[in-house]
Ligand binder design. Structure first.
Ligand code: B1H
Length: 831
């Protein structure tokens, strides 16, 4: 609409219709059209889906920014303590529906766009996933960011703006192939570049000592400097009440070009430093639960820790004269040990740069940091070689030695003398001819609170990795069982289920998941069961379409959808599931006339590119799928699917379509799991071991509504001590023996009969993950699953009990506990 200067505003431009801020259908439509024209630079007739997505996202972003500025103002004037969540991973996924849902604008926007002939649900698929994480740890960080915004905790997420997120998985001839994931190639409408917010980050060089007032002062002269540049993404919480910032650092060469070399004609050489500097934020290390241990990884860790600390120190000093009250104004949470070098960097800033006395600096550092441990797998505990640290971060290595010496001296003064204890609590590990820095010990010593991510995991932390530190500091370790954001994993992913819940329980369930409990009263209600079943069937049909499109496999939405979705890892035991699949296949073929519960087994997940066995397990899944799906005797009874390129967006499609949730890790090895919570919330029944948060899910949903099998963590430990052989176990189980022989001899790999020979022999000879030990019990549990499935009323009763009883696993609850017990910050009351 054109407007005469000075004319009264026409009705269409009244406040609620304001193109920048209005939330009516007309205002949203006008806003999207304006963005398409002036920000994307396209006319409607030429606009692609991607253009429409960008225009829509930018219009939504304006509405997020309003709340962002409000929150910024409140936090700045309030003198409130801020929380800094430091994580090398944020597995965000897509943001458009997250923002729309939390602003309550999804339906309005759908209507606004449909008036333009544009389908919002189609645009949804155009947005690339922000896959700046590997798996559970990174996704937890994303859920926490959303919950901190929801609870109005003034929080910043700090991380790295990787140009390439987690690789894209392609399955070719059944094998995983990795391709780069260039999520930024068409621009990122959610972020704000802040080129003016940039910090120098040093590497290498040497340290000089001089005397100041009779005391030594240390100064680090790095040989290399890289700039960290900020990119901010606003994170909006439920109902748009509060908006926080995710600040990701991108590396930029301090000196982009060596002019001397350039002028001498060495154009490539002139760029070399730049390439090395900018490599820091190029790619996410694709290792889940096992550290990469590469020099570039340590550069990433220090780069983002140092940038984040400079940023928060600068923020503090804008308001206060010095850093003596830092711990009252800032709580820093370390998401595993990946950012733990921050402990040392803060000491350096306080002591070397701000002249603080060592003891005061240490007190402040400890009071500021909290450390979350996410795994006990020995191969996953981060350590760095001392020579590498000395070369890359010489001053930090000195500080680590001093921290360690004072720490050990204090213990000796308190009467500790046992050599084994001293060895275990020392930050420096000796042995294998090389000293290493134990980042977990460093993080523990430098924090006032250390937490695990489920009750069992926290207990095992106390008994194993941190046994001696826990004996010395018994109050430091505490548990914070993980949670998930229900906005993404229920409301956005499963609108059909959400609508039923609102209908039965009232709108309040959207604000407070404890209302879900009332659903239990209706668990036996046939009408409710029928509604839920119809909604699930629709979700399964939608997933069936995706399966057909991506794999060519046809599945029946009336069959049980049996789902295992997670990173591929031996401890998660996808191969246990596959061996059971083969046993079931054999059983069906032997007695095809029996009343089998029809199943579709769905596997999805990525393997670390260098993890040979995990990649072989993917190949096995595809080999088993081919044989089973091509066999007419099991048609209609069993299908096997490996869905490629599992990511957050695919999870949002799979989880609402799941009937059975596979959580079958070797007990004691999965710290928590969070997919288990998402699947139970969406009405899937769990078949699982007593591991991680499965234990707490069982306690809540009740023994009748979950299928538990296998060795307990204690029994696993005893079994490992006993040295019992897997060969004996296999020999005692004819069913397992038959399956092992089939795999080993090439029944599923006729093109290469040796493909699984070593794999099978490794199970026979070592079986560290006790696949064979748990096999029979797992098979029996699966048959209990079949039996319950055949009684649909009983199945749906159990399904309803799952949804009803898992409200506690909301990440709002988890964040409330962190806020109270670790950060000492208030949270916004529930609606
Ligand atoms: C978890 C990791 C992890 N635990 C090292 N540890 C990494 C370790 O790149 N690295 O070096 C990356 C990731 N991730 C997971 O954290 C646990 O296995 C899950 O059980 C848990 O639910 C999740 C969140 O706490």
């Amino acid at each position: 609409t054109t407007q005469q200067p000075g004319a009264a505003l026409p009705a269409a431009a009244q406040p609620d219709d304001d193109l920048r801020t209005g939330n009516s259908v007309e205002a949203l439509r006008g806003a999207v059209m304006a963005k398409l024209a002036y920000a994307v630079g396209k006319v409607q007739a030429d606009a692609s889906d991607r253009d429409w997505f960008l225009a829509t996202a930018l219009a939504v972003r304006d509405r997020v920014v309003q709340g962002w500025q409000r929150s910024y103002h409140t936090t700045n004037t309030g003198g409130t303590k801020r929380v800094y969540y430091m994580s090398l991973e944020f597995l965000i996924g897509r943001l458009m529906f997250d923002a729309l849902t939390n602003l309550g604008l999804t339906d309005t926007m759908r209507e606004a766009l449909s008036g333009l002939g544009v389908d919002l649900d189609k645009l949804r698929e155009v947005e690339p996933d922000a896959a700046l994480g590997n798996g559970g740890l990174g996704r937890l960080a994303a859920c926490f960011m959303e919950s901190m915004a929801t609870l109005a905790v003034p929080a910043y997420g700090y991380g790295i703006r990787y140009e390439n997120g987690l690789f894209r998985q392609v399955v070719k001839d059944g094998w995983q192939q990795e391709y780069p994931e260039n999520w930024l190639s068409f621009g990122n409408p959610w972020e704000f570049a802040r080129p003016e917010i940039a910090y120098d980050i040093g590497f290498g060089g040497h340290v000089e000592t001089h005397q100041v007032d009779g005391a030594p002062r240390y100064e680090w002269f790095p040989s290399e400097t890289v700039e960290a540049v900020a990119y901010d993404t606003p994170v909006v919480g439920w109902r748009g009440h509060h908006v926080n910032t995710l600040r990701l650092w991108s590396a930029r060469a301090g000196d982009p070009l060596r002019l001397d070399a350039f002028n001498e004609g060495d154009h490539v050489g002139a760029m070399a430093d730049r390439v090395k500097a900018e490599a820091i934020s190029k790619v996410l290390y694709p290792s889940d639960a096992t550290p990469a241990g590469q020099e570039l990884r340590l550069r990433q860790e220090y780069f983002f820790a140092a940038a984040s600390l400079q940023d928060l120190v600068r923020r503090h000093l804008k308001k206060y004269p010095d850093l003596s009250n830092l711990a009252d104004q800032a709580a820093i949470q370390l998401n595993d040990t990946h950012p733990a070098i921050a402990v040392v960097e803060l000491m350096r800033l306080l002591v070397d740069l701000h002249g603080m006395a060592w003891d005061d600096a240490w007190r402040i550092t400890q009071a500021t940091f909290g450390y979350t441990n996410h795994t006990l797998l020995p191969e996953a505990l981060e350590t760095w070689p001392v020579p590498l640290m000395e070369r890359m971060l010489p001053r930090h290595m000195q500080i680590i030695y001093l921290v360690n010496a004072l720490h050990l001296d204090k213990l000796r003064a308190e009467g500790h003398s046992d050599v084994d204890v001293m060895r275990s609590v020392s930050i420096i590990a000796e042995g294998w001819g090389q000293q290493r820095v134990k980042m977990g010990t460093l993080a523990f010593i430098g924090s006032h609170r250390i937490n695990g991510v489920s009750a069992l995991h926290t207990d095992l932390m106390r008994q194993t990795v941190f046994r001696d530190l826990n004996a010395i500091y018994p109050d430091r370790i505490n548990n914070k069982t993980n949670g998930i954001t229900f906005r993404r994993w229920l409301m956005e992913a499963n609108p059909a289920l959400t609508a039923i819940l609102v209908d039965v329980l009232g709108k309040a369930v959207l604000d407070d998941p404890s209302h879900l409990e009332k659903l239990a009263q209706h668990a036996g209600d046939p009408a409710l069961q029928a509604r839920l079943k119809a909604a699930k069937r629709d979700n399964k049909a939608t997933l069936g379409g995706i399966i057909a499109a991506r794999t060519g496999i046809q599945v029946d939405p009336d069959a049980m959808f049996d789902i295992q979705i997670k990173r591929i890892h031996e401890y998660k035991r996808q191969h246990l599931n596959l061996l059971e699949t083969i046993a079931l296949y054999n059983a069906i073929r032997a007695e095809p006339w029996r009343d089998w519960a029809p199943r579709v087994k769905v596997f999805a997940g990525k393997a670390a590119a260098s993890y040979h066995t995990a990649k072989l397990i993917i190949k096995l899944a595809n080999d088993v799928a081919r044989v089973v799906n091509d066999d007419p005797t099991v048609r209609g009874k069993l299908k096997v699917v490996f869905l490629p390129n599992y990511n957050v967006s695919l999870a949002e499609r799979i989880i609402p379509a799941a009937d059975l949730s596979e959580q079958i890790s070797t007990a004691g090895m999965e710290a928590s799991g969070t997919g288990n919570m998402k699947l139970a919330l969406n009405g899937a029944l769990t078949i699982g071991t007593l591991d991680g948060a499965n234990v707490e899910i069982k306690e809540r949903v009740g023994d009748d509504n979950i299928f538990i099998f296998g060795l307990t963590a204690e029994e696993v430990a005893a079994r490992h001590r006993s040295g019992l052989s897997a060969r004996e176990t296999i020999a005692n189980s004819p069913r397992l023996a038959e399956v092992m022989e089939a795999v080993s001899s090439g029944v599923f790999s006729p093109d290469d009969t040796d493909r699984y020979r070593d794999f099978a022999n490794a199970l026979r000879d070592h079986d560290h993950f006790l696949v064979t030990a748990d096999f029979d019990d797992y098979y029996a549990a699966q048959r209990r699953v079949d039996a319950l499935w055949r009684d649909q009323a009983a199945w749906w009763r159990a399904s309803i009990m799952n949804t009803a009883r898992v409200g506690w696993f909301s990440s709002d609850r988890t964040i409330g506990e962190y806020a109270r017990d670790i950060w000492d910050v208030p949270v916004r009351a529930a609606e």
